[in-house]
Write a protein of this length. Structure first.
Ligand code: ARG
Length: 335
């Protein structure tokens, strides 16, 4: 397939490199955010009179059609498009013709991908917050019902002092509250618009960065365009806050695993959440907390991957950054 940049190139890309270079396999996750950003960008270009009203409405209705076709399962983004940004652009041009090419005026995939990922992550953080609150509520109910249930409190894994089970559970509530606070702080640094930075140095096209930022619900805009397309700190910060959250989930999982052993016998697993063994019928395996404990390692790994990915990368955008998405997506999915 002819590339957007192919006019200067004599031969097409080696098929293996084409596959190696592509991110469509995973960045298709960003399809709705990409469309949302493009609609905001088109509206902005209309406001600054770069696009006519007619062109803008053609572009927006084309993008709406793509969104509807996707939601109805009639359009599946994928190869041979290189990434979700080209994929939507190619589809739009297919739908409305050459006017579709004008959508990319005054922007680059560099600021585009940054905006898409930030919007996706902002929504993900809001969903995670609700999940954490749910978990806290369940724990609070256990605490409320067990104010007078005494368990041994431990230090060094040695029985230390009797404590109320409520006291013990409320300790987890506090940890998860700190996780919520951390995610909220990260969200503030996620919620900054890189749009208008274009490739790295902005554009001479008349744009309005505040308009797109406001349209997309960003709190503020990046002050420096080179920083805007190069900043992946927010990815590291998010996965770092997530790693701590996973450590808390792993800690409570470990306690559940201990508590349901014959040796402890503090708790029983209900049949709905335990697996058994045909060979050893006395067993009830705590697979779920074991998996949570095990999956914590994945998120720690993603943190290491991202820290290493950003290290020593010169300004500004480098293709290394394409590697930011899978760790983020998998971290959210894992939590
Ligand atoms: N797929 C790319 C990514 O995820 C989009 C940005 C590409 N920009 C570029 N200059 N090649 O990072």
């Amino acid at each position: 397939m002819a590339k957007v940049w192919s006019k200067r190139f004599d031969s097409t890309l080696n098929p293996f490199i084409e596959k190696f270079n592509a991110s469509i396999g995973f960045d298709k996750t960003l399809i709705l955010e990409d469309i949302e950003c493009s609609i905001a960008h088109a509206k902005m270009l209309c406001k600054t009179q770069v696009l006519s009203l007619k062109e803008t409405s053609q572009i927006i209705s084309g993008l709406d059609t793509i969104k509807i076709e996707f939601l109805e399962g009639k359009f599946c983004p994928g190869a041979p498009s290189e990434d979700i940004h080209y994929c939507i652009e190619e589809k739009l041009i297919g739908l409305i013709g050459d006017t579709g090419k004008k959508l990319h005026t005054g922007r680059s995939r560099n600021d585009q991908v940054g905006a898409d990922l930030r919007i996706w992550l902002r929504k993900a953080i809001d969903n995670l917050d609700l999940l954490i609150i749910d978990l806290q509520k369940s724990m609070f109910n256990i605490a409320k019902a067990n104010v007078y249930t005494l368990i041994p409190g431990y230090t060094h894994m040695q029985r230390a002092q009797p404590v109320s089970l409520a006291h013990h559970m409320m300790a987890y509530l506090e940890m998860f509250e700190r996780d919520r606070e951390r995610l909220k702080e990260v969200r503030a640094r996620v919620n900054i618009s890189p749009l208008g930075a274009a490739a790295l140095a902005g554009t001479k096209i008349k744009i309005d960065r505040f308009f797109t930022a406001e349209e997309l619900g960003f709190e503020k805009i990046y002050k420096n365009s080179i920083d805007a397309v190069s900043d992946r700190d927010f990815c590291v910060e998010f996965v770092s806050a997530s790693a701590l959250l996973m450590s808390h989930l792993s800690k409570i999982s470990e306690e559940i695993i201990l508590w349901v052993t014959d040796e402890f016998s503090f708790a029983n697993l209900t049949d709905k959440c335990a697996t058994g063994s045909s060979l050893m019928p006395q067993k009830k395996n705590p697979d779920v907390p074991e998996l949570i404990r095990g999956k914590t390692g994945r998120v720690y790994g993603h943190l290491q991957a991202l820290l290493t990915m950003i290290k020593g990368v010169p300004l500004s955008y480098n293709k290394d950054f394409q590697e930011d998405k899978e760790p983020i997506f998998d971290t959210v999915e894992t939590i």
